[in-house]
Design a binder for this molecule. Structure first.
Ligand code: FES
Length: 168
């Protein structure tokens, strides 16, 4: 009889270890995948979202532009609508500002405060910003409005992910 013969006990031990390991992997893999899935996803930060705003229609007066895109959070996909205030500055450069107030996140509007015309105004705590998004000292917002990266394609404006700024 060969010395390498597998005993019944060894056979059972190998088989149970193999089956147990297979079952454990089957249970652990979804958990590991759940934990690392967002990390493995491609960064959506570099994507530009098309808007219905024609570049040629922009003037020096900020206009409100709403744009919609699909956002995937793990397995949940939803449709999100964001807003930008877009205008052309004195040099003709297109500027797109986030409407989210840097104080506590309310939505700012252009030129709605009669006492301070041609500024962005936040009605929640009377925050104000200059046209370029710079926060006005003495009002609550601590930072300038975020700035969207802008691209043009076929005459329409595309917007990237809004970026925070420390100064303007
Ligand atoms: S949230 Fe805009 S001023 Fe407070």
């Amino acid at each position: 009889m060969s010395k390498n013969r597998v005993t019944r006990r060894q056979f059972l031990s190998y088989t149970l270890t193999g089956v147990g390991g297979f079952m454990a992997a089957g249970m652990l893999m979804p958990m590991v995948r759940f934990a690392v899935d967002p990390v493995l996803k491609a960064d959506a930060g570099g994507e530009f979202i098309p808007t219905k705003q024609k570049a040629a229609d922009l003037t020096s007066e900020p206009v409100r532009v709403d744009f919609t895109f699909k956002e995937k959070d793990a397995w949940y996909e939803s449709e999100v609508t964001n807003t930008a205030w877009i205008y052309k500055d004195d040099s003709g450069k297109i500027v797109a500002l986030s409407p989210i107030c840097k104080h506590l996140g309310c939505t700012v509007n252009w030129n709605t405060d009669k006492a301070h015309p041609n500024q962005f105004f936040c009605p929640c705590h009377f925050g104000r910003y200059e046209k370029n998004g710079k926060n006005i000292p003495g009002t609550p917002p601590p930072q300038p409005l975020d700035l969207y990266p802008v691209k043009e394609k076929d005459g329409f404006i595309l917007l990237g992910k809004a970026q925070p700024r420390t100064e303007v």
